[in-house]
Design a protein around this ligand. Structure first.
Ligand SMILES: Cc1cc2nc3c(=O)[nH]c(=O)nc-3n(C[C@H](O)[C@H](O)[C@H](O)COP(=O)(O)O)c2cc1C
Length: 275
């Protein structure tokens, strides 16, 4: 082979290699998470499941598992009546469900409240001695705590309460009228102040993160929807109106329930009232 031929082959080889490297660069840049991503895009990207991530997760440090049940030992658990109500068919409930933002001044009964809490997070069964709840939960890890801003419930004074899942009861966290504060925290959505009760669904992230790592955050948000839907459906069956609320000032709601916003944070609100 003469020198000219050798040089031409070399030039073609270099050109082909450069084209290959350039195309790979372009492809890799397209996939590169460091490319200007919004915080939401980045959250979704970084919590996406990949086989590499699944294997990597086995070796990644995870937080310790926090206690499964939050308690308020300084307050007495007020037992709620047994949730024995049987209402309309599921098909009818699904057909009738609507978000309701206007309520009558009539108070809801403690029986109705008991039924709503049971639908949201009541214990409905056991697996190897581990209580299972009314709404599904990734790995049955149950990250949610429920707080209530009680405004107008027969026989229960105004205040903020915590739902004691195991005893199906309420623990008083703070007494007083919080209707103004919850409305303000909910960007002045007036139904929050007019509702008989507002459910605050608050998550303790490490209950899920200790097993699922950062992807656990997604599971928490998904689970909030399950719980809220149960409240929606139960409210219809009880003849009540309700609406879920995702637009609120996180810090203000966290302050109301005593959550730090990191280990535990309010994820979703759900207002309920009579029609
Ligand atoms: C994630 C989420 C957040 C929501 N946030 C609010 C809210 O902040 N305020 C409100 O009035 N409704 C809120 N809604 C209720 C929707 O506005 C309502 O579901 C929608 O208008 C459809 O009406 P429907 O529920 O009657 O079918 C929210 C619903 C979802 C699923």
């Amino acid at each position: 082979m003469n020198n000219r031929r050798k040089i031409s082959i070399l030039v073609i080889a270099i050109a082909l290699l450069s084209a290959l490297v350039f195309s790979y660069g372009l492809w890799a840049w397209g996939k590169n998470p460091q490319k200007k991503l919004s915080i939401g895009e980045r959250f979704h990207y970084e919590t996406s499941m990949t086989w590499r991530g699944v294997v990597g997760d086995l070796f990644r440090a995870k937080p310790k598992r926090p206690p499964q049940y939050k308690t308020y030992p300084e307050t007495k658990v007020v037992k709620l009546p047994r949730p024995e109500y049987r209402g309309m068919s599921l098909e009818e409930i699904v057909e009738r469900r609507r978000s309701v933002r206007n309520y009558s001044p009539k108070a809801i009964s403690v029986l109705q409240l008991s039924q709503l809490l049971f639908a949201a997070q009541g214990v409905t069964g056991k697996m190897y001695g581990h209580p299972l709840r009314s709404a599904p939960s990734a790995g049955a890890l149950y990250p949610f705590e429920i707080y209530l801003v009680v405004n107008n419930v027969q026989g229960i004074s105004k205040g903020i309460y915590h739902y004691a899942v195991l005893g199906h009861g309420l623990e008083l966290v703070k007494s007083g009228d919080f209707s103004r504060k919850i409305t303000n925290a909910g960007l002045e959505q007036k139904m929050l102040g007019e509702a008989d009760v507002t459910f605050v669904l608050s998550a303790i992230f490490d209950r899920v993160r200790h097993k699922y790592g950062e992807r656990g955050f997604r599971y928490v948000y998904i689970e909030a929807g399950h719980i809220s839907q149960n409240i929606y459906l139960q409210a219809v069956s009880l003849g009540l109106g309700s609406v879920s609320v995702g637009a609120f000032l996180d810090e203000k709601v966290n302050q109301l329930i005593g959550a730090d916003g990191y280990q535990e944070a309010a994820i979703y609100l759900h207002a309920v009232g009579t029609r």
